[in-house]
Ligand binder design. Structure first.
Ligand SMILES: [Cu+2]
Length: 114
């Protein structure tokens, strides 16, 4: 028989999600699609501790690299090897986290953690 503690935690996450808007799938998760050399949506706003997952829909490799090409931040640097590849980052501190693709540096995105 399961405990009731887990149920309460899930309820808390669902309540928090309402702030993010209807477009956000899942519970404490947010998704970015990588397609046609673009991160979509380019800006994502999440609560601290939310897992953000990128899914590559291009046939070529991209990266999710923190900072900008001019000013790297070294918080994360994930490879999206090819179509269907995913990478996730969980940011726990509020702030604005720009990122880019290290292979195509015009590809830029931003995560805002509340
Ligand atoms: Cu790329």
């Amino acid at each position: 028989m399961g405990g009731t503690g887990i149920g309460r935690t899930v309820l808390g996450l669902v309540a928090g999600l309402a702030v993010l808007g209807a477009a956000t799938p899942g519970r404490s998760q947010s998704g970015v699609t990588v397609r046609l050399f673009q991160f979509t949506p380019g800006e994502v706003e999440v609560r601290a501790g939310t897992k953000v997952t990128w899914t590559n829909q291009d046939d070529i490799a991209h990266t999710v690299t923190s900072g900008t090409p001019e000013r790297r931040e070294d918080r994360f640097d994930a490879a999206l090897a090819g179509k269907g590849a995913t990478a996730s980052v969980e940011l726990r501190e509020p702030g604005v986290y720009p990122y880019f693709c290290n292979r195509h540096q015009s590809m830029r995105g931003e995560i805002r953690v509340k």
